[in-house]
Design a protein around this ligand. Structure first.
Ligand code: ATP
Ligand code: MG
Length: 334
């Protein structure tokens, strides 16, 4: 059977980018024949410093966001990564398969390590190896993510292929990325060349899933744009990254494509477009925010759900990691 895996880091409050690029689609895959496994990847989050109390809070909040977006823990497996030890174990095994040079080439590492990369955590460099383990511990074959994770998924394929080749087996599947929709890369509201991120120091750069209607409207009003009116089709936005971003967000929120949106706004400026965008954004996000708050009112229940999911996840990953060690020549006699 086909298995879908995806994860989100509890590295801060969730953004509209996380929602449109990932979360929004997760519920759609449920109950369509594939097993769906969704993970709050806390081991990834700590590759950059996380305040322990905040990490706990953010972990619950990401779990709440999964459920608020329609992930049903009775249908999908929902858990936090660190409760299933197979992720870290398999990551170690993959650290011996992957090459250092592969890791240095990752643009996420370069972006997050910045100029002083020698001082970044070793975990930040090895991040893609853990991500490969997240996916391959379940023999997952499909991974819905935003555009920014494409390079890491290619590395997951490389690790699977090299393992299979080195050990002369056909054990790990070659995973397919699922990068779908009109908002696979939502850009920062302050800088059209940077992706919107929950870890960006500027709160004005993103719309948070916890923002209220006023905050959303204000951030959209202040979003960087140009002074030109909107063209009749996306073709005309080629060299206008900020404008293109706002139109793509609108389209993703209403389920249209960019050309359909522009057909209605052709010739109008941002004075008209921005309030319309704020309206569709509030309409889409308000119910999610409300449900998140409801789930967050009962943290013990969230922890219970995560714990139960972790048990279900370990039941799948356990035998796969055992078999991996066996293939590699490690004695299994316990
Ligand atoms: P961080 O800045 O800490 O890396 P993040 O906002 O990038 O946080 P992640 O937890 O790394 O969030 O990613 C979770 C999912 O959200 C991934 O599938 C990722 O591709 C997707 N995603 C993140 N940012 C965007 C974005 N701006 N547009 C579309 N998808 C995104
Ligand atoms: Mg990220």
């Amino acid at each position: 059977a086909k298995r879908i895996f995806s994860g989100i880091q509890p590295s801060g409050g969730l953004t509209l980018g996380n929602y449109l690029g990932a979360l929004k689609r997760f519920a759609d895959y449920q109950g369509k024949g594939a097993e769906t496994i969704y993970c709050v990847v806390d081991l990834h989050a700590i590759t950059v410093w996380q305040e322990p109390e905040k990490l706990r809070h953010n972990t619950r909040e990401v779990a709440a966001a999964f459920m608020a977006s329609g992930v049903d823990p009775e249908v999908s497996i929902l858990f936090n990564q660190s409760q299933v030890s197979q992720h870290a174990e398999l990551a170690w095994l993959f650290n011996t398969v992957a090459r250092v040079g592969w890791m240095y080439r990752m643009t996420q590492f370069k972006d997050k390590a910045g100029k002083n990369s020698e001082n970044s955590s070793l975990g930040l460099l090895a991040y893609p190896s853990l991500m490969a383990a997240d996916i391959l511990a379940y023999h997952a074959t499909a991974v819905p993510v935003g555009e920014d994770q494409k390079q890491h998924l290619e590395l997951t394929r490389d690790i699977a292929a090299k393992f299979n080749h080195d050990y002369g087996v056909d054990f790990f599947p070659i995973t397919e990325p699922m990068i779908e929709g009109t908002a696979t890369r939502v850009m920062s509201l302050r800088d059209g060349s940077k992706k919107m991120s929950k870890s960006d120091p500027s709160d004005a750069s993103r719309i948070n899933l916890t923002d209220d209607a006023d905050a959303i409207a204000q951030k959209i009003r202040k979003a960087r744009t140009d002074a030109d009116p909107l063209p009749g089709s996306m073709e005309g936005l080629k060299d206008r990254p900020e404008a293109k971003n706002l139109v793509n967000i609108y389209a993703a929120l209403t389920g249209e494509n960019g050309d359909q949106v522009l057909a209605r706004f052709e010739g109008q400026g941002f004075g008209a477009f921005k309030p319309a965008l704020a309206e569709v954004a509030v309409e889409a996000l308000a119910p999610i925010t409300r449900r998140m708050t409801e789930f967050m009112a009962d943290p013990a229940e969230i922890d219970r759900i995560l714990g139960r999911g972790a048990g279900q996840a370990a039941a799948i990953a356990g035998p796969i990691v055992e078999r991996t060690k066996d293939i590699m020549g490690m004695i299994r006699s316990r």
